[in-house]
Design a protein around this ligand. Structure first.
Ligand SMILES: [Zn+2]
Length: 97
């Protein structure tokens, strides 16, 4: 009988709750051939996001990742959610009211 696929933790990271946009801890795991982002909001519970359906390609691409940067400009109106995510990316608490 084949064994159940094991989760392999790829890395720990930060993400946002899709409902309240709270910055929360998240874990990227390889599960069989899939790569998943798992996160848990204290208010809204657990979420799982598919990052890749090809774990080999995802893992091979990791050395080429580079940290995100603030765009030089915005071509559309900036709304609160975008500002909250941008503040999260800058790792600050400077979120507009
Ligand atoms: Zn939440």
């Amino acid at each position: 009988m084949p064994s159940a696929p094991q989760d392999t933790v790829v890395e720990s990271t930060r993400s946002v709750c899709p409902k309240c946009l709270l910055a929360i801890d998240a874990t990227i795991v390889a599960h069989d051939d899939l790569v998943l982002l798992r996160k848990r909001c204290p208010t809204h519970g657990k979420f799982e996001v598919l990052l890749s359906s090809d774990s080999r390609m995802y893992l091979d691409s990791l050395p080429f990742n580079k940290p995100g940067q603030k765009p030089l400009g915005f071509s559309t109106e900036v709304k609160e959610a975008v500002l909250r995510i941008a503040a999260f990316a800058r790792n600050t608490d400077n979120i507009p009211a």
